[in-house]
Write a protein that binds this ligand. Sequence first.
Ligand SMILES: [Zn+2]
Length: 454
Amino acid sequence: MNLFAELALTPEGWAKNVRVTVDQIGRIAAVESGVEANPDDQYLRNRILLPALANLHSHSFQRAMSGLTEKRLQKRDSFWSWRELMYSFLERLTPEQMEAIAALVFMEMLECGYASVGEFHYVHHQCGGQHYENIAETSCRVISAAQKAGIGLTHLPVLYTQGGLNGKALADGQLRFGNKSDEFLELLEHVEPAIRDAPEDYLLGIAPHSLRAVSPESLKEIIEARTSGPVHIHIAEQLKEVDDVLENYGARPVEWLLQNVNVDSRWCLIHATHMIQAETRNVAKSGAVVGLCPITEANLGDGVFDGSELLSSGGKYGIGSDSNVFIALTEELRLLEYSQRLAQKGRNVMTSKSGSVGSAIYNDALAGGAQALGRKSGSLSPGNWADFLTLDAEALSLWGCSDDEFLDRWIFTADDSLVCEVWSAGRQMVSHGQHIHHQEIEQRYRTVIQEIQK
Ligand SMILES: [Zn+2]
């Protein structure tokens, strides 16, 4: 497949008259600029070609509870009261329903311009904790949904061993998540064949849920057992979690993790909202990516992380849609910058150099997202997966601008409706802004919502 675009964002910057050649398995074979279109090229007329982002953190099933938790129930609702609602919502979900919800979520991600996703998957068992006949049943459902939608997947089965710090027993809603480390390793063995049968860009990582849900011994055991592939963990999202870890372990969560585990470039620290300066600097030094989820963090009232400290320390970050309360790529990027502006009472924060902030955020999120998912992606470079999107160059919001200003205009003055076509590892799944299986996937989801509401 050859694509031809009049304007594209390449590793060398903006280039005109660009031909991208994609091989049979979906990798970029060549990128040429300043060339003429060939008659057999797919000519992207009035389009701007960009490398597409990875969405590094998602719990797809939570999409079906979006909008159901915005009612005030306590004098001070919080992340913890939201978590109770999430547990009770889960009691009703079957593997078939999880698959249909995940397919919708992955379709929506593609339609707003993400080419791949890291699915942080923790609902493994039946209500009450009994295993399905295949211990990896729900993981296989997620993999199947990703294939249906055509999104690139890094599947991250979650280890969840305890209901709270110091071996607290799993409570009702958590029984569906629980595995001891040996059961978890068995689960991974059952996921591996499904990943092997999936497209070549599909990967398997692991996700110890959090310091509160995984004992230090179990954390050590699974890290020792899985010596390659991405490792994701929720960390320092809530102040209560920081206080509890400090009280029980004698160190702050990120501080404790860095002191007790070999955190390196395989790692993605999800949220890492509440870090002190030394923690931020040490995360940057470790080579790990910080996984920021601005819409969900705002929705849950987590707080605002220190973006300028991370950037000045040379730290890396990527973007995730987490609870999927609203799947919107430009809004994630915009809110990332705006939350920093509000917190710091200044402008143009999320860049370490002068020039376009939109471009800095987009390029940082490309590199951080690809690293976090262990996915060879993030730029129009030979050898990378062909993860692309196009923007409508004729859109009023982009009219009359050039180069980096396209990204500033797209992120700060427009929205995802400017996304026209999207490819994931060479699979073109979105055409004229709509997923090729949109009607079928949406219809199935509507049926599921009706079933859940009964
Ligand atoms: Zn999460």
